[in-house]
Design a protein. Structure first.
Length: 484
């Protein structure tokens, strides 16, 4: 509501600030909401710390006061017919004279309505602090720290720009427009304060949530996205200079599939409780995390990934939507395709292709799948469909109990060499398939085959880290072969 009213009553007097475009939609639904939510969470955390109050109680009170932001455009419209509100273009005047009613800040992008409402918010926060602790100093400290938090949040883009935003936020790079750049900054800011909020909400559950991350697998999917970006820039001959926003762009390419996998892992944990009780897998639900907390955390991470994808480009948003759809049909009944051998790992191979395409989309946009080499697609589809079955090698008993059929369940008997032989051969052959479609890596494929085969064949208790080590080394080898 605030954004809508600001558009029609402030300087532009337009619904949505400007004519319809991807940039306008990003501004309206991503950029400004991220700023408000990040600021809100920061204020709540600070008030909770200063007053030593439960963060849920502070959230309930602060969320009521958040409605004050709606009246900013109304005040500006009454006093001066609307202003062109921006982030402050100069920090000295912004910080030194914000509370001085005799100095106008309109020339640096800060309106009278903003100043009045921010002071009102800080006043009510201070009043709340005084009532809760019955001490004037608590009220004064709350007022001052909330004010500093809001001013910091509002001035963050100018602080990062070294007080020269007009020279810093120029068009070009992976994050092409200023709106994409602002959105990226406030998304990172939001992620930091939101995770801090989750920490203060429940330290024990937050610890379980963080420890539940499957770092090797997240790194694999995220790394696939970055590899796709490297291959795309190499094929197109693009050169991106080293700067903050290109770094953030590459970071987002990594985080979209990486956090996306985390989201799907959380989803999968809800439907794998019976299996994990038997296989002793570290399922956070079995470790005591509340289902509601875990569910809301997963949904929040889902929104973060979708937001990140939209900041980069619309095509990546569609790619990640497909990525999540695959995760749903993989894990969720009644479909739950993870129950079926080959089909389940084929879905995972398609997910890897989508992760790679996320990097390609930065360069080729809607032509992404036209530009990914067919040989790479077929190599990964065949190799990963066979190779990713190793993830189930330590969950055979749990899969049997839950009626999930996997290649290890069908072909792997760890007690004897003859029982381990069939699966060892099939697992190692995943690298050979990649070498068949991409002959340049055939020598490395043979080496990876031998290492995987003998480790699986001779070891009754194979460890997942070994397979990921081989996978990472071979992936780096494959990338270098495709580049040179």
């Amino acid at each position: 509501m605030r954004i809508f009213i600001e558009g029609i009553m402030e300087g532009t007097h337009k619904i949505g600030y400007s004519f319809f475009s991807y940039r306008a939609m990003l501004m309206y639904f991503i950029h400004f909401p991220l700023f408000y939510f990040a600021t809100f969470f920061l204020v709540v955390i600070i008030m909770s710390i200063i007053l030593n109050k439960n963060i849920i109680e502070v959230t309930k009170i602060a969320s009521i006061g958040m409605g004050l932001i709606i009246i900013v455009p109304v005040i500006d419209s009454i006093l001066c017919g609307g202003c062109f509100i921006t982030y402050p273009s100069r920090l000295e005047k912004y910080f030194l004279h914000f509370l001085n009613p005799f100095v106008s800040l309109i020339d640096i992008g800060v309106s009278t309505g903003q100043r009045i409402v921010i002071i009102l918010i800080c006043f009510f926060a201070g009043l709340y602090g005084y009532v809760v602790r019955n001490k004037f100093l608590n009220g004064l400290a709350t007022f001052l720290f909330v004010l500093l938090a809001i001013l910091f949040s509002g001035g963050l883009t100018t602080i990062i720009a070294g007080n020269r935003p007009e020279e810093f936020y120029i068009t070009g790079g992976i994050l092409n427009t200023d709106t994409q750049k602002f959105s990226a900054i406030y998304l990172i800011f939001f992620i930091i304060v939101y995770f801090a909020y989750l920490y203060f909400l429940d330290r024990k559950e937050f610890g379980i949530l963080i420890s539940s991350m499957r770092i090797p697998r997240m790194a694999f999917y995220g790394g696939a996205g970055v590899c796709g970006f490297i291959l795309a820039t190499h094929n197109e001959g693009n050169v991106y200079k080293i700067d903050l926003f290109n770094f953030l762009g590459i970071l987002f390419v990594f985080l979209c599939p990486a956090i996306g996998f985390w989201v799907l892992q959380i989803l999968n944990d809800f439907f794998d409780v019976k299996i994990d009780e038997i296989s002793k897998k570290c399922n956070p639900i079995l470790q005591g995390i509340r289902k509601r907390y875990y569910c809301l955390s997963g949904f929040s991470l889902f929104l973060i990934v979708i937001t990140m994808a939209l900041i980069l480009n619309y095509q990546l948003f569609l790619i990640m939507s497909a990525f999540f759809f695959l995760g749903v049909i993989y894990s969720v009944p009644p479909v739950r395709l993870k129950r079926f051998p080959i089909i389940s790992t084929f879905i995972l191979s398609v997910a890897v292709i989508l992760a790679i395409s996320s990097g390609y989309s930065i360069v080729f946009f809607e032509k992404t799948f036209e530009k990914i080499p067919d040989s790479l697609i077929f190599a990964l589809l065949s190799g990963i469909t066979i190779g990713f079955s190793v993830k189930d090698i330590n969950h055979i008993e749990g899969d049997r109990k839950d009626g999930v059929l996997t290649l290890p369940f069908l072909l792997y008997k760890k007690e004897t060499l003859s029982g381990r032989l069939p699966f060892s051969l099939i697992l190692g052959s995943s690298f050979i398939f990649i070498g068949i479609f991409i002959p340049e890596v055939l020598p490395g494929s043979v080496i990876a085959f031998l290492g995987t085969f003998f480790y699986t064949f001779l070891n009754r208790k194979p460890k997942e880290w070994f397979y990921f080590l081989i996978l990472y080394i071979f992936s780096a080898y494959l990338l270098l072969s495709l580049l040179f």
